[in-house]
Design a protein around this ligand. Structure first.
Ligand code: PLP
Length: 405
């Protein structure tokens, strides 16, 4: 299937916005994606037609809202090819999913001196929750290094694994370098030592898709707002047997079996991990977002975004003084760069005046910036609604700024 770019662009109302009198060029999709009309409408529709607190009512609206939420869970299950719907836990986003996993996993499986392996290219969301467990559970962190192309060095991972290793938690795709990590090899290596793997799929599900059963991954996390869905939605996938072993993360309504002041028992999966009233209106619209991109097809999306990536890379490389960070052959549609000694904030602010939205700074990956010996980069990240014409505008904007300095 091919991308019908005009039809797709007309699905996203915000793309026709003018910024400083110029047509918006939105290239900050790694931070958050824009929302198609069907997702925006779905949120209003829920509040206008079925709104009622889920799982608790015998009345019609509550049951309908519950059915729609559980249907959204099944849409996510199908999308990532999970075996059971109850392996899909609704959260606020990737960050909350990792905090949940780190807290419950370390409480259940880790003791003083045990080790968790991360990588040098992790987002702070896959570093700090584990660091909190250094204090709470006494674990230690080890870090897989990267090479000059921004790829993980797997021989080093092999050396880091020890009898104390309790989990490997790595990103599937780097939000800075765009590197698509060889997660099949990482999971195979980890499992040969009996170690589970958590994949941060915040930057992969929307570009290349995942099949958790084929990957045989133990935990997988991602955010709804980065995959064309609403903010405040995310997923923690876990294998049923592992999730059943973990203690709850938060206490409150719906996660309980029975409560007394003497003893409380907990609900079954997935509710054990969904304390309090869930963000059901947004979860329902999250399901709509997944249906929307599934109707376009991830293969078509990947082919189209790969073309954008190659075109943008070859055009940007022609600019004198251009340095691109992340040159792996296996890359998703993200380009981090610096030009001459122009500060990334200056570049970002001047591009903004031309209507071009890019991200600047450390991209919540300060340890990676230290590794690269820089403070930050300019990052252009593409979605399937971007066009070659928009890339031409980015390239000519960057050239204009480079000429000013
Ligand atoms: N992990 C990666 C790789 C990311 O790119 C991001 C966000 O940029 C996160 C985690 C955190 O996601 P969220 O802020 O939606 O929780």
């Amino acid at each position: 299937m091919q991308i019908d770019i005009n039809k797709i662009r007309s699905d996203f109302p915000i793309l026709s916005t003018q910024i400083y009198g110029k047509q918006l060029v939105y290239l900050d999709n790694g931070a958050t994606t824009q929302k198609p009309r069907c997702v925006i409408d779905r949120i209003s529709e829920v509040y206008e037609t079925v709104n009622a607190n889920i799982h608790r009512g015998v009345h019609h609206l509550s049951q309908e809202a519950t059915d729609m939420t559980e249907n959204a869970r099944r849409i996510v299950q199908k999308f990532i090819h999970a075996k059971h719907p109850h392996e899909i836990i609704f959260t606020k986003g990737t960050t909350e999913s990792i905090n949940l996993a780190a807290s419950s996993y370390c409480r259940r499986f880790c003791k003083e001196g045990d080790e968790i392996i991360l990588s040098a290219m992790e987002h702070h969301s896959n570093i700090v929750p584990w660091q909190l467990q250094e204090d709470i559970a006494g674990i230690k962190l080890k870090v897989i290094p990267i090479n000059e192309k921004g790829e993980l060095i797997l021989e080093e991972l092999e050396k880091l694994i020890s009898p104390k290793t309790k989990l490997i938690a790595v990103t599937h795709v780097s939000n800075v370098l765009g590197t698509i990590n060889p997660v099949e090899d990482i999971i195979a290596m980890a499992h040969s030592h009996g170690i589970p793997v958590l994949l941060d799929a915040a930057q992969s599900v929307q570009h290349i898709g995942v099949d958790v059963q084929k990957l045989d991954v133990d935990f997988l996390v991602f955010s709804g707002h980065k995959i064309y869905g609403p903010t405040g939605t995310g997923i923690l996938y876990g294998k049923e047997n592992l999730l059943n072993e973990l203690p709850p993360y938060q206490g409150g309504g719906e996660m309980i079996g029975q409560v007394s002041f003497e003893k409380t028992t907990f609900n079954e999966l997935p509710f054990k991990f969904e304390a309090g009233t869930p963000n059901y209106a947004d979860f329902i619209a999250f399901g709509t977002a997944i249906e929307y991109i599934s109707s376009i097809g991830l293969d078509a999306i990947k082919t189209y975004e790969d073309e954008l990536l190659h075109y943008a890379t070859s055009e940007l490389e022609k600019i004198e003084g251009m340095r691109i960070y992340g040159t792996s052959r296996h890359k998703s549609s993200v380009i981090s760069f610096l030009v001459k000694d122009i500060h990334h904030y200056d570049m970002g602010m001047l591009l903004d005046k031309m209507g071009i939205a890019v991200r600047t700074g450390h991209h919540c990956a300060e340890p990676l910036m230290h590794e690269l010996g820089i403070e930050g980069t300019v990052r252009a990240s593409f979605a399937f609604y971007n066009t070659r014409e928009e890339i031409d505008r980015l390239v000519s904007g960057v050239k204009r700024v480079a000429d000013m300095f």
